[in-house]
Design a protein around this ligand. Structure first.
Ligand code: UD1
Length: 419
């Protein structure tokens, strides 16, 4: 991982080359949490080398779990795992730290952990997680930044999530597979990451019905066994480079993509933006002339357009031939990129959850600051569209989820460097 704190981006006239798409961050983090459910050794293949995975390893190590890494292979050994509270100094660095709550309750009937952190893209409460746990007979207390949960008898329940939260669905699943009796989760999230987690838990011996639907029926068992996992590609990283290709004349191969099933909406959006996408056996061939038509877009729960790619879409629309709009429906405070893009001479008006973007303005390089993972990546993409050099600072946010965006974009012929 690079220790420099900024990326310098030069304008790109064209993008050409092959980019290897890394393993999925949002899939691997819940799988890492799931390893706590059994006693034994798990090998995770295609595990991205990113900050969030490192912090998750440190959290597991707090509970005497052994982790070791060789390239993209991560080994987790939970044989000697034993209960320990998790400090806020670590949980506060990662939103997914909250996903350890479910497995800790399933394994030890108790958990004390600091509140989760993560990107500041809205309030990001955990009320749905906690309401579900309370239904499972868990006593939940919050004191300052510490959450204390106890259950002498973790009991399956019937619970209707008021919103299909990805994290809450994962967390409740992770507890329910080890609870007594049957749990029915209604209004569950259906994201690809949930499907992967369900399939993985089934491979461990969990009994789950309704996978891929919004009603999950889980029969608890105490016979879960460790098993290895081969991680899928990161659909958000792939989507970043796919959308980026719309804004610059491109001829790119996105390698390691076996199926585009999980990113259909993103592919459709890229096509709407003038990109030709051809699926080959192990890669996507992506070409464009760099002419972006203006349009109206909206984020939504899966299978709609993912909120995580909204900032990149916004940056790409700065090249559109007219005025476009993007409506954010998932997070209430995720259009903050407009302020940073304004420093590059972009013209974006925000009204509530909608951004109106004036395309074709001449963008000029400047110094901009990453304030969260996806916003930071979108600033790098915007830098490719500017005249002159753009410096993106605070790139620690980007490194939480992208292995090496400089390496990836250099593979596409772009001129970037760490500074
Ligand atoms: C996950 C993804 C994130 C993605 C998001 C939505 C990971 C590590 N992160 O985040 O990249 O942007 O899904 O696809 O997988 N909410 C509540 N109460 C809760 C939980 C959520 O009100 O208890 C709200 C949130 O504030 C937000 C919405 O529900 O407005 C969606 O959040 P959620 O689906 O939980 O996202 P995460 O799991 O945090």
């Amino acid at each position: 991982m690079n220790s420099l704190n900024a990326i310098s981006v030069k304008p790109a006239k064209e993008l050409k080359g092959e980019i290897e798409i890394q393993g999925s961050k949002n899939t691997v983090l819940p799988i890492m949490a799931a390893t706590l459910l059994s006693s034994g050794r798990t090998v995770i293949y295609n595990c991205p080398q990113i900050e969030d995975v490192q912090v998750m390893c440190q959290l597991l190590e707090c509970m005497h779990v052994k982790t070791s890494r060789s390239g993209h292979v991560l080994t987790i050994d939970t044989t000697e795992a034993s209960y320990e509270p998790l400090p806020f100094s670590l949980t506060g660095r990662l939103r997914s730290s909250i996903l350890l709550l479910g497995p800790m309750l399933a394994r030890w009937q108790q958990a004390e952990l600091g509140m989760p952190g993560g990107c500041a893209i809205g309030l990001r409460p955990i009320d749905i997680h906690l309401e579900g746990f309370m239904k499972m007979n868990v006593d939940v207390r919050l004191h300052h930044d510490m959450l204390t949960c106890n259950s002498y008898h973790l009991q399956g329940c019937e619970y209707h999530l008021r919103f299909p939260s990805v994290g809450a669905t994962e967390n409740l699943l992770l507890a329910a597979v080890g609870a007594k009796g049957r749990t029915i989760l209604r209004g569950a999230a259906k994201e690809p990451e949930i499907i992967e987690l369900c399939e993985y838990l089934r491979a461990m011996g969990a009994l789950i019905e309704g996978v891929g639907t919004d009603v999950l029926i889980i029969k608890g068992t105490d016979a879960l066994a460790s098993c290895d996992y081969d991680n899928v590609y990161d659909r958000i990283v792939a989507g970043t480079y796919l959308l980026m290709a719309a804004a610059v004349p491109s001829d790119l191969k996105l390698m390691g993509i076996e199926s585009i099933h999980y990113m259909k909406n993103v592919v459709d959006t890229a096509v709407k933006l003038g990109v030709s996408v051809v699926k080959h056996k192990h890669y996507l061939h992506v070409r464009s002339a760099g002419n972006v038509p203006a349009g109206s877009f909206e984020t939504g729960i899966y299978p709609e357009f993912p909120t995580d790619l909204q900032p990149v879409l916004l940056a790409v629309l700065l090249r559109a031939d007219g005025s476009s709009s993007v409506t954010e429906t998932i997070f209430e405070n995720r259009l903050g990129i407009a302020n940073e893009l304004a420093k590059l001479n972009a013209s974006i008006q925000i009204a509530g959850r909608q951004a109106v973007i004036q395309g074709r303005e001449k963008l000029s390089g400047g110094v901009v600051r990453a304030t969260d993972l996806r916003q930071g990546v979108a600033l790098v993409v915007a830098g490719l569209l500017c005249q002159g050099t753009t410096i993106v600072t605070d790139i620690g946010y980007i490194q939480r989820g992208y292995e090496d965006i400089v390496r990836d974009l250099r593979c596409a012929g772009a001129n970037l460097s760490y500074v």
